[in-house]
Design a protein around this ligand. Structure first.
Ligand SMILES: [Zn+2]
Length: 88
């Protein structure tokens, strides 16, 4: 998660986002956009980063509500790394 990278590297969250987006662009990780609904602290879905926001309406997997307004959603980034990254 970007906030963990920011803490680890001692940089701002926006800088950690930029690092991960650069790694994604280079094919070194796969960025996902995590989707949250106001009903839960757990994410309710994810889509590939870079394809925009999810199409509405979106059915919440936690409460089954049909979401028709982005104001009911929040988002975060997650980086999936296919192979362990080794810092030398
Ligand atoms: Zn929900």
């Amino acid at each position: 998660m970007p906030h963990e990278l920011a803490v680890f590297l001692g940089v701002k969250r926006s800088q950690a986002d930029a690092i991960l987006i650069a790694l994604d662009s280079a094919g070194l990780c796969n960025m996902r956009l995590l989707i949250f609904h106001t009903c839960s602290e757990a994410h309710i879905g994810s889509i590939d980063f870079g394809v925009g926001f999810p199409s509405l309406p979106w059915k919440c997997s936690e409460c089954d509500q049909i979401i028709e307004d982005y104001a009911e959603m929040s988002f975060d980034l997650m980086a999936l790394v296919p192979e362990p990254v080794e810092f030398i």
